[in-house]
Design a protein around this ligand. Structure first.
Ligand SMILES: Cc1cc2nc3c(=O)[nH]c(=O)nc-3n(C[C@H](O)[C@H](O)[C@H](O)COP(=O)(O)O)c2cc1C
Length: 174
């Protein structure tokens, strides 16, 4: 069986909620949830299919450098990962109203680390369905992963997630 891992952080917030949602959509026995807080690059080895869940919080203080957050500690591990033969996808929590100029920026930060490690990133999403000013998560005109806003449009989350999982089905084996 092809197990999918969801490496996510932080715990207990919106990212965690969506990780649970995705796990139930794919099937609880087919998905391992792995908090990035206690993970290392060695934990990638067991999986050929990996979904990363990240939120953009405190961009102004983090400034693209690791800080004392779950992802701050884990991000350097990502570029050390061996992603040969693996397929990865990213979802990112953000707030398109308050932070319209840095909407889901950390998806972009994470994608750059994954690209350094030559990971194959699938699950790109068209920008048309979102309102925002600027985002560092856009590569070649598309969001590198799935943006979600649980602060201002939580009612859109279930459908967005469902559609995205269907889309991932082209590259992931569930
Ligand atoms: C201090 C702070 C800074 C934030 N900065 C951004 C930002 O730059 N861009 C964005 O899209 N969302 C930003 N957000 C919104 C969060 O990403 C959003 O609330 C998300 O759902 C948090 O998920 P979590 O609780 O799982 O971390 C920020 C939230 C806080 C509290």
């Amino acid at each position: 069986m092809n197990k999918t891992a969801i490496f996510f952080g932080p715990e207990k917030g919106a990212v965690n909620r969506v990780a649970d949602m995705i796990r139930h959509l794919i099937g609880t026995d087919k998905v391992d949830l792995i908090p990035v807080k206690s993970a290392t690059a060695a934990d990638f080895v067991a999986y050929d299919q990996i979904i990363f869940g990240i939120s953009t919080v405190g961009k102004e203080t983090w400034d693209g450098k690791p800080a004392a957050s779950d992802w701050g500690k884990f991000l350097p591990q990502v570029s050390q990962g061996d992603f040969k033969g693996k397929t990865v996808a990213i979802y990112g929590l953000g707030d398109h109203i308050t932070y319209a100029n840095s909407f889901v920026d950390f998806m972009g930060l994470l994608a750059r680390e994954l690209k350094k490690a030559e990971a194959l990133i699938v699950g790109q999403v068209a920008v048309d369905d979102y309102e925002f000013e600027e985002s560092a998560a856009i590569f070649d005109g598309k969001f590198i992963g799935l943006p979600l806003d649980e602060d201002f449009e939580p009612e859109l989350t279930p459908e967005r997630v469902k559609k995205w999982i269907q889309q991932l089905g082209k590259d992931f084996i569930f």
